[in-house]
Design a protein around this ligand. Sequence first.
Ligand SMILES: NC(=O)C1=CN([C@@H]2O[C@H](COP(=O)(O)OP(=O)(O)OC[C@H]3O[C@@H](n4cnc5c(N)ncnc54)[C@H](O)[C@@H]3O)[C@@H](O)[C@H]2O)[C@@H](O)CC1
Ligand SMILES: Nc1ncnc2c1ncn2[C@@H]1O[C@H](COP(=O)(O)OP(=O)(O)O)[C@@H](O)[C@H]1O
Length: 278
Amino acid sequence: MIDAREWSRSDTIALLRVPTAEDDKYSRGVVALRTGSSAYPGAAVLGVEAAWRTGAGFVRFVGEGRAADAVIARRPETVAALDVGSTRVDAWVIGSGTNPVHRPWEEERALREILAGTAPVIVDAGALDLARTASAPLVVTPHAGEFARLRAGLDLDPDGTGDRADDAAEVAAALGATVLLKGATSIVAAPDGDVVAVSAAPGWLATAGAGDVLAGMLGALAAGNREARPADTAAAAAWLHGYAAARAAGATGGRTGHPIVALDVAESIPAAIEDLLS
Ligand SMILES: NC(=O)C1=CN([C@@H]2O[C@H](COP(=O)(O)OP(=O)(O)OC[C@H]3O[C@@H](n4cnc5c(N)ncnc54)[C@H](O)[C@@H]3O)[C@@H](O)[C@H]2O)[C@@H](O)CC1
Ligand SMILES: Nc1ncnc2c1ncn2[C@@H]1O[C@H](COP(=O)(O)OP(=O)(O)O)[C@@H](O)[C@H]1O
């Protein structure tokens, strides 16, 4: 049984970067999201909002129709187009708000190209089935239901051993990728066998769209920390996500707090970062 180390507030602070006079919008990290669909346009909005709020210097959105319109209506700072061409991308986020059963072939081709690239890719929800085809550095972000499907796709027992750290480490080794297994305590397993546990979140965070916010945050942290280990970036994103949720819910300092929605978490990220940096 793997003994997962608990990820801490100070571990998270080490991954937060204050922009300097030498920075520009590109050096702060360019995130591109290919997320959302006409069925789930909100997931695209949540991820884009979270990426900006986590401190990305530039956020691109790839897509059209309802999702792109919703993204631009909420965040006009975002550059939306049908592809990124040869422009710089430091990290990708794919899959949130998509359903693999209804994936058009053009979408599949575009996702496979991203997964064959060199920029790190955060693979969520409806793109998880493509993770095993990737050569790019990956962080996969399944919840428990998606994790069981991911295991089945790798010819592993979907139920695993019941020990989440062991099971996540097995998937990380099989994929050669970092696994962020979400839950009340999230587990981050690196392909080298290192495993940490992240438990900063209040139960109020168990709300639809919270995972879409996490994916956008992780994209921004990965884009801004290109030298960091993907597992450290993933754990820092999960910790900050939980802390931003606790702050949004008023569940800090021993208080019980109150219900929140996923967008509240994204909106609370800047103040959460300020707390950590002060
Ligand atoms: N506003 C939006 O546009 C939203 C879009 N979303 C998108 O909706 C799509 C479907 O996501 P779902 O997660 O609902 O559906 P899934 O189809 O991935 O799985 C849901 C099924 O998995 C089971 N399950 C087991 N453990 C679970 C766990 N820990 N968390 C969640 N389900 C668990 C559930 O009982 C349920 O039957 C994804 O693309 C997702 O990104 C959701 O994020 C919700 C918000
Ligand atoms: N009981 C809980 N306590 C704290 N955080 C939770 C709890 N249950 C789920 N979470 C967190 O909430 C988020 C839910 O993400 P996910 O299941 O992907 O939702 P969605 O697909 O609707 O965005 C994850 O970050 C997970 O770690």
